[in-house]
Design a protein around this ligand. Structure first.
Ligand SMILES: [Zn+2]
Length: 138
C-alpha cells in the first residue's frame, strides 16, 4: 500500500512533469533548488520508487513513474492548493565560509566543494559543484 503524497510533493512533481531541470522547477515554484531535490527524494521514497541509478535518463524515468503512479491512484487531480512554505531544515543549501584568507564552499549536508583564494572568488565559484551534487541526489 502506497502512501499518498503530500500537496507539497505533488506541486513539485507537477513542476517537473515536463522533464525540466531542477533549476527551472525551482524558479517556477519560487523555492531553492535544494528544496526541490529534497522534496522529490522524499516523494520517491513515499511512492517506493527505488534509487537504481543516478543517471540523467533514469532521473527522468523516475519522474515519469511518479507521475503515472499518482495518476493511476487518482491523486493527480485532487491536490489542494497550499501556500508553499520553504524550509531549509535537513536540506542541501550551499554554504560559503571565509577562512584565514580564503573561501571554503560546502553543502549543508557536509559535502565539501574546495577552497578558493579571494582574488579568484566569485559569486558562482562553488555553485557548479554544488548544483551537480544536488542533481546527483535525485
Ligand atoms: Zn548536500
Amino acid at each position: 500500500m502506497r502512501q499518498k503524497p503530500t500537496p507539497r510533493e505533488m506541486r513539485v512533481l507537477r513542476a517537473v512533469e515536463d522533464g525540466c531541470s531542477l533549476k527551472v522547477a525551482a524558479e517556477r515554484l519560487g523555492i531553492p533548488v535544494s528544496q526541490v531535490s529534497h522534496i522529490l527524494s522524499s516523494l520517491y521514497t513515499r511512492l517506493k520508487i527505488k534509487d537504481l541509478s543516478t543517471s540523467y535518463h533514469t532521473r527522468k524515468d523516475r519522474r515519469r513513474m511518479a507521475v503515472s503512479i499518482c495518476k493511476r491512484e487518482g491523486w493527480w487531480d485532487i491536490v489542494p492548493e497550499e501556500e508553499f512554505l520553504t524550509t531549509w531544515e535537513g536540506g542541501h543549501a550551499l554554504i560559503v565560509e571565509y577562512g584565514d584568507c580564503e573561501f571554503y564552499g560546502r553543502c549543508q549536508c557536509g559535502k565539501k566543494f574546495g577552497m578558493v583564494t579571494p582574488d579568484r572568488f566569485t559569486d558562482g565559484c562553488f555553485s557548479g559543484k554544488w548544483e551537480r551534487h544536488v542533481m546527483r541526489d535525485l
